[in-house]
Design a protein around this ligand. Sequence first.
Ligand code: SAH
Length: 234
Amino acid sequence: MAMEAEASSLLDSLSAVVVHGTPPLSVKWFSAERHGAELLVALNGRDRRFGVDSIGTDAAVLNTYAVIERFHPDVVVSAGTAGGWRRSGGEIGDVYVSDRHVVHHDRRIDLPGFSEYGIGRYPVLSLQNMAAQLGLKIGIVTTGNSLDESEPDRRMIMASGAVVKDMEAASVAYVCLQMSTPFVAVKAVTDLVDDHTPTAEQFNTNLTMASRRLSEELLRVIDWLIPRELAQLD
Ligand code: SAH
């Protein structure tokens, strides 16, 4: 997870306790036990220079790699808030589960072979049955390092068919693919990209509510995953 505010409701519900991180990285790790399973909540932590949460792809890659190296998790979940679109039926507070693959929308490399490399198209666990049972929306998640959506971004997003926009999922999935670790994203919508209200304003208004929704649905997802063999999911 990227932001402390996104995680606080989940950490409370899990009665999670601090785990020693991996200095000098700013990561903040917490552990909890649930129905016999060991959970690790790994936040990217605060940027030492800028004093804000370490959002975006770089910090997500570092944290994901450090966690997989240390804990060898059965599954990694990129959890957080995200933008949705009215045109895809998105509503504030919706919780989406990633489907098919995750992509990047701001890595445009018009050279042979590199276009596809830039987009990434990393695999995600196939959890359509789970989403149907839990009443969660599913769709392609797209990642970029900006909160806004530029015109070139918009064109990439239209082409990929993505319905959820964040700043971390594809980079976490990239590390998971390198490390052969199953991956899924669970994202709660704080803002609608195609609404006339500026994204940052929507984000600030809805962050608390969306983080609570994220925590509620993430716990249902975790409870669904715990008793299942990963082999059953793929
Ligand atoms: N203004 C906020 C910064 C939040 S940045 C602050 O000062 O606290 C947005 C974070 O939420 C990122 O981690 C990203 O993954 C997610 N996010 C929410 N809505 C998004 C959107 N429309 N586009 C991209 N990322 C979004």
